[in-house]
Design a protein around this ligand. Structure first.
Ligand SMILES: Cc1ncc(COP(=O)(O)O)c(C=O)c1O
Length: 438
């Protein structure tokens, strides 16, 4: 390990929390970026197919976005929501219109956690209930309420919660109770299961159901299309609100839709968003039915939420995304990426399955002999890929799902190059696992 990174790592370990996990056997500092490429403190360049956890949405140093931020920074960074904020109002108008939620209003905070907190406040207040349905294997953030609705032990640091939560199944059909069912039987089974959860584990009058349409931290688990419609049909019988956490899935990343929940023919009552909107600026929020967003019975503000700098940058970023049809690009390049990943299944015993949609692609790693999920194999691929110039992520309860999610502006050449590096990394891992087993 170089002195530069080793010294910075020692300083990191001395003053930052032990639970703030770093990637790689030899962690790196990324100091600059352009397009889909980043450079570390030693001058090594990488293709970035994780984008700071699906946050660098349009790319690094996009001139239109950088100029807007620079211009706003030179004029006014912060005024507070006590004053009219033109870029925040314009951004809210755009997001309300893009949401397809009738009569939508928007509240801005600074993160995905804050977005989910706000949605939970609106739902519990509107329904006068603290009961919430969440999904197993989900991730929603790090506040007490967000940790409460998070269904992964490894990301739930405390059981303290203001909410009473029941967890429904995530709908994975590769294993568990829904494996082997026909499409129709699957949708019937999930509807029946949710009804039973409501009838047996709640005190009635549940406020809302909250879900990621494709699980992010959970390893890009992707329920079949229609899964959430089957759930929504049951929720409607009880008047339970539907919240779609699109912090990772929104803005066209899945290629086929602007919001991933649209694949399920569901118009949610609220959508939460963050990450990609600011391309790295701290902005998140909720868009929802006006009467829900309005229902808070006391003053409430987020000091930084939607401030002039974050809102102007987000507006330029969203404009760039729409003007360049990056959803269309996610569809085209996503298909190319998925085709390449699918070729790796069967070719390498260490590869399990392909997950996700568009430019939110997952690849699971397994023990070749037993097919048991292998976090060790995923860690090995991650390190190998970095050594060959590709940054990707990982997730899932066993840490065995590679998460491959480049900025939505990625090109065909970059996808091909990433696939080539990934194949080499998997080949090396496959050989290493085989020789360890023999
Ligand atoms: C789906 C989802 N919701 C919420 C969050 C929390 O966002 P933040 O880290 O900005 O608070 C995340 C973060 O990874 C996420 O993936």
């Amino acid at each position: 390990m170089s002195d530069i990174h080793a010294q910075l790592l020692a300083r990191h370990r001395a003053v930052l929390p032990s639970w703030l996990a770093l990637y790689y056997d030899e962690p790196i500092e990324l100091v600059s970026g352009s397009g889909r490429r980043v450079t570390d403190a030693e001058g090594n360049t990488y293709l970035d197919f994780f984008g700071g956890i699906l946050t660098t949405m349009t790319g690094y140093a996009v001139p239109e976005v950088v100029d807007a931020i620079r211009e706003q920074a030179g004029k006014m960074l912060h005024t507070s929501t006590l004053y009219l904020i033109r870029p925040m109002i314009e951004l809210a108008e755009q997001i309300a219109s893009l949401s397809h939620i009738p009569g939508a209003k928007v509240f801005f905070g600074s993160s995905g956690t804050e977005a989910n907190e706000a949605a939970l406040l609106f739902a519990t207040q509107a329904r006068r209930s603290n009961q919430v349905l969440a999904v197993r294997n989900s991730y929603h953030g790090r506040s007490f309420a967000a940790m409460g609705i998070t269904g992964i032990r490894g990301w739930s640091a405390s059981s303290l919660s203001p909410l009473a939560i029941s967890y429904v199944h995530h709908g994975d059909r590769s294993a568990g109770p829904f494996a082997g069912l026909s499409d129709e039987a699957y949708l019937q089974a999930i509807g029946a299961d949710v009804r039973e959860v409501i009838e047996t584990t709640t005190a009635g009058d549940v406020a809302c159901f909250i879900t990621e349409p494709i699980q992010g931290v959970g390893g890009f688990l992707t329920p079949s299309d229609g899964f959430f419609k089957a759930i929504k049909n049951v929720l409607d019988d009880y008047g339970i609100l539907f919240v779609s956490d699109e912090v990772q899935t929104g803005w066209g990343r899945t290629g086929e839709h602007f919001w991933a929940i649209e694949a399920h023919d569901v118009v949610p009552d609220m959508i939460t968003f963050a990450k990609g909107l600011g391309n790295g600026l701290a902005i998140g929020g909720v868009v929802g039915r006006g009467e829900l967003v309005d229902c808070v019975p006391a003053n409430s503000i987020s000091t930084f939420g939607g401030n002039p700098l974050a809102a102007a940058g987000a507006l330029a970023n969203l404009r760039y995304l729409l003007d360049h049809d990056l959803q269309g690009n996610a569809r085209t390049q996503g298909a190319r990426l998925h085709a390449g990943l699918t070729e790796l299944v069967g070719k390498y015993a260490v590869v399990g399955e392909v997950r996700g949609k568009g430019l939110m692609a997952g690849l699971t790693l397994v023990e070749p002999a037993t097919r048991v999920p292998s976090g060790a194999a995923a860690a090995m691929v991650l390190n190998e890929a970095k050594a060959h110039g590709l940054l990707i992520g990982k997730g899932g309860i066993a840490g065995n799902a590679l998460r491959i999610a480049p900025p939505l502006s990625v090109t065909a050449e970059e996808v091909d190059q990433a696939l080539e590096i990934l194949a080499a990394a998997i080949d090396a891992t496959d050989r290493s696992m085989a020789s360890a087993a023999s």
